[in-house]
Write a new protein. Structure first.
Length: 353
């Protein structure tokens, strides 16, 4: 059964709320008694009460008491949590037992039995490697940067070049994709993406393109920005253009670039997009926010058709047939027809991920 966190305003405050959970029909099945809460992952949700975090099941009962310093989410039966004043990362199982002690500054979720970890005196000096489920460092922290495993490969950076490693740590695709600084506008180095549908994006010298698992480009390098494929679509932005579109697996433009903002991924066949620019005088102060200062978001299907009309100033992605959306005055969940199944007064909510 899918459950979804709701954020219920307390008194008239736009920043005070309690978290409960509804089912896919909009019925409240766990009363809003928590100070914060996440979505459910593998049957458990991370919730906060009296300043500490724990995990509840779909009945609302604590299976891991609220004695954790940070929120988490389970993947492959394990979750990360912060420990101590240095906020080092430990790993717990679904009973709350610590299975990997806290000793790493960064520790990501498990993918294919491996988790990315990082250690070092500062962000620029951090080096990365991979742990297995027992906490053993199967790939030592010698990488300048890395991403999680997907389809048997992980992007890994050595020096100023990206390549792809296997779970053994051996490079399947030797490092040859340049991590080039993009300058003041981008203010970041170029990257490579995770493999999905057998392809990943990489920097080709003059722009991003997509490579196969041999490291050969299967598309041109015409993109200023690119993201990994999901559901047969990848978000891209062409050089010297400001709008986003989506390509298909052949590299053809499946949805023409016409969006000033667009979801990184499609989820359950839908992506959130904007067709207009925000007004320059838009204020981030929600108390003085005016809806007409910000271009509304709507949802397109895989062919680029607008199937839910733009009327939201914030959206997440669809999961379990529902999506959390916000307007100037409300927060709620819509279905794929754009109909509200639950709606309440707007609040500046916390963690949803």
């Amino acid at each position: 059964m899918d459950l979804f966190p709701i954020y219920v305003r307390q008194v008239k405050s736009r920043t005070r709320y309690k978290v409960g959970y509804i089912n896919s029909n909009g019925a409240v099945v766990i009363d809003p008694i928590f100070d914060d809460g996440t979505r459910f992952y593998e049957g458990l949700a991370s919730v906060r009460i009296s300043g500490r975090w724990g995990f509840i099941d779909i009945s609302g009962n604590f299976v891991i008491p609220p004695n954790l310093a940070s929120w988490g989410r389970f993947r492959e039966g394990l979750s990360q949590t912060s420990v101590g004043s240095r906020a080092l990362k430990a790993v717990i199982d679904k009973t709350g037992k610590v299975v990997i002690p806290a000793k790493h500054q960064y520790l990501g979720p498990f993918h294919d039995g491996l988790a990315l970890f990082g250690d070092g005196p500062g962000l620029l000096m951090t080096r990365f490697g991979f742990l297995d489920r027992s906490g053993e460092e199967v790939i030592p922290a010698v990488l300048r940067s890395a991403k999680h495993f997907s389809e048997g490969l992980a992007a890994a950076r050595v020096g100023s070049l990206w390549g792809y490693i296997e779970p053994s740590g051996v490079f399947r695709i030797t490092p040859r994709f340049e991590a080039r600084h993009m300058g003041p506008k981008g203010a970041r180095d170029t990257e490579t993406g995770s493999f999905n549908h057998g392809v990943a994006f990489a920097w080709g010298g003059s722009g991003y393109g997509f490579i196969d698992k041999s490291g050969d480009f299967v598309t041109g390098n015409a993109f200023e920005e690119a993201e990994s494929f999901r559901e047969g679509r990848a978000r891209v932005r062409l050089r010297q253009q400001e709008c986003y579109g989506y390509i298909d697996l052949s590299g053809a433009m499946a949805i023409k670039p016409r969006f000033t903002s667009a979801s990184v991924y499609f989820s359950e066949g839908l992506a959130s997009v904007k067709e207009k620019e925000d007004r320059p005088d838009y204020s981030m102060d929600r108390a003085s926010f005016k809806l007409d200062q910000m271009a509304p978001r709507g949802f397109i299907d895989l062919d680029g058709n607008m199937v839910i009309e733009p009327k939201f100033f914030s959206t997440l992605s669809f999961q379990g047939g529902l999506c959390l959306v916000e307007t100037e005055k409300t927060i709620g969940y819509i279905n794929k027809k754009g109909e509200y199944i639950w709606e309440g007064p707007y609040v500046e909510h916390g963690i949803v991920l």
